[in-house]
Design a protein around this ligand. Structure first.
Ligand code: FES
Length: 120
């Protein structure tokens, strides 16, 4: 059940293909940010859509992400490959660095930012 202080949903869980990705704009810490969402069943992980290699977006077109046959998220710019649990780059030009995670939760079938909002 949502309350007036809950953040608005980012996207419906069902709008993200299972095993796939979506991209949303979200207000994070006061700034509009592009966010990568990855769904695995009822779980969703999220990261800023900023590659640690050269700071570019990872999608080749808005919301279109590459996934390798090994199940890695591949940056469309220079091919850095990221593990989908930790967000760590395991191959490519920024190996050892990580995507910056965004905390999200699934609530009532929607993906929402997991932020603690103070009551006024
Ligand atoms: S910007 Fe992502 S691999 Fe270079």
């Amino acid at each position: 059940m949502s309350t007036p202080h809950d953040p608005p949903p980012l996207i419906a869980l069902d709008a993200i293909p299972d095993g796939g990705f979506a991209e949303v704009e979200a207000m994070v810490e006061g700034d509009a940010e592009s966010v990568i969402l990855h769904r695995e069943g009822d779980q969703v992980r999220a990261w800023f859509n900023v590659c640690p290699h050269a700071g570019r977006r990872l999608d080749w077109a808005p919301g279109q992400f590459l996934k390798s046959k090994e199940g890695l998220l591949v940056c469309a710019v220079h091919g850095a490959s990221f593990e989908l649990r930790s967000g760590e780059c395991v191959a490519g030009p920024c190996r050892g660095e990580s995507l910056r995670a965004v905390e999200v939760v699934v609530r009532d079938g929607d993906v929402v930012l997991d932020v603690v909002l103070r009551s006024p």
